[in-house]
Every structure is written in C-alpha cells, then in structure tokens.
Ligand binder design. Sequence first.
Ligand code: NCD
Ligand code: ZN
Length: 342
Amino acid sequence: MEELTITRPDDWHLHLRDGAALKAVLPHTVRQFARAIIMPNLKPPIRSVADAAAYRDRILAAIPAGKQFEPLMTLYLTDNTSPEEIIRAKESQFVKAVKYYPAGATTNSDFGVTDIRKCDRVFEAMQQVDMPLLLHGEVTDPDVDMFDREKAFIERHLMPLKQRFPNLRVVLEHVTTSDAVQYALSANNIAATITPQHLLFNRNILFQGGIRPHFYCLPILKREEHRLALLQAATSGNPKFFLGTDSAPHPRNGKESSCGCAGCYSALHAMELYAEAFESVDALDKLEAFASFYGPDFYQLPCNTEQITLTRTTWRVPDEVPFTESGLVPLRAGQEMTWQMV
Ligand code: NCD
Ligand code: ZN
C-alpha cells in the first residue's frame, strides 16, 4: 500500500498548554485532527466551567486562520470539586469529561485528588448525568515500583471504583500494560486510549546508549511484552481502544535537565507514528476505526466527514521545532519516518 486515505481522526487525549506554547503547538494538531480532548493540567488547572470556557476561547483564538478545529474541554478534578460543577459542566455542552490525576502523579498534578473516595459525591453526579471520567491510572505511593503503578492503580482504586459506580463511563488514559488491556476487556463501561510512544517503544529506548529524556513520559514505557499487548489491543478492532496521543510539550531545557519533565511531543507527526505502529503488525486496515470511529462512538459524537491521506515517503523528523524560550524536541527527533501526511 502506497497511500492510505481515512476519515479525519480526532485526538482523545491532548496537552495544548497556554499562551505562546499553545500558539506554537496547536497548528500541528489542527493539521491532523478535527477535534481533541484537551487536558486541563494548566498552572493553575482548569477546575470550573468558567475556567474551561475562558481556556476554550484562548484555544479558538489560536487556531490558524481558515482552519477548523473543535476543542473538547475537560475539568480537572480536585478534592473540592462539587457535584453542582458537574451539572454545570454537562449543561455547558463544551465540557465533555472530567480528568482525575492522583496528587503528585505527573506534570502539574499538585491540585490532584489525595484520596479517590473523597470524590464519591462527584462520581455519583457524573454517573447521573453521564459525564465520562478520564483516569490517569497510576498510584503515587512511593512503596510501589515505578513500573507497577498502573497495575496497582487498577487493583487498588479502579476495581473498587467500578463496583461503587458501575454505570460511570470511564476512560483509562494512556494505557501502558497488558494488565490494563485485560482489565479494559473484562469490565463494562470502560474504554482506553493508547499513545504512539507506547505502541512503538519499550523501556529499553530510555537507556539506549545513555539516558534519553525525550522518551520519558508518564506512565513510563514498559517491557516489550506490554508493548505487544497494546499493539494487539489497538489493532484488534475492539472499540474499547482508541487514539489519544498524550502529546505533552515541554521545552528542551525542561526535558534535558537533572530533573527532567515527563511528556513526549507527538502532535507534529502523530498519524505517521500510529501508521508505522499499525503497519508493523500488518494492520493498517484497522487504523481508521481506531483513529476516527471508536473515539466519537465513546463520546457519543458524530464521526468526521472529511478525509486525510497518508503517503509512503521517507522523511526525517526535525531535531527541534520552535516553541517557547527553548525549542521543542519531537518524539523520534532526527530519525526517519516511512509515512507522511500530505
Ligand atoms: C503530561 C504533561 O506533561 O502534561 N505528561 C506525560 O508524561 N504524559 C501529563 C500526563 O498526562 O501525565
Ligand atoms: Zn496526558
């Protein structure tokens, strides 16, 4: 196959940041995707419908002239989020989900939830109005090994949560393990997003010839057996698994540091990366549904009507793209890609 034309996809997990960073990265996403679920982990986070409305306006103002893009907003769940805010969110129409970060789990998660049970009244309201809950599914307990934090989250928090709220629709975001895949397959009212980095790389890449900060994201890359389980899930044609890049831009000097930030930047070439991953298991025919159908189905939105085309061409990922005070290093910078979106 030399050319692949599919329905225009959406990104169901995206970090756009704000201000100059937003202006720098948004054109990349707009080139590929029609819509995206926008993560609320700004500093300070997007905690209310009013915050989300203002952030949405800033995103709309940053869309390049003549282009179409719809930001689908989320609220950042805190210990203090009220059930009333959930009702307001539902009424707003533009807030599509609520994001749970365990306090301290990842970038800008200081306002995150300290104990998931504190949010039961909010989950009750979400279940009532059918507002999806997006989970950063990792425990933060220092006694749990870094590579086991997703599995521990599922056992300690997600399974009990699903028992308390069986009808709450949940997305286990950026799944990284076979444990997460198995759990998503076994439970009701649950879907999972999968990033390009977790489909393409295992944890060895983090240490290939030295420490490689641009492959560091959270949840961290896992063993090869987990990557294979994710690839199998993504290409299985099961609508529970759909595209969410988790593209998370940080300036080069924030990544190449004695305490580097977590996040891979993939908005530049997300569909090309996914195409490579799908082609590696001869499953390009499964890419369209994963990228363009199953996400809208979960969020009860229509699929896009336009199309995009990927062409088989060799090109080199730039070493850096312009960003803020220092540049932005895309995932797989300097390396050759085999597909290109034209
Ligand atoms: C994200 C970020 O930088 O905002 N980083 C990441 O490694 N994925 C936060 C997140 O989604 O965990
Ligand atoms: Zn994320």
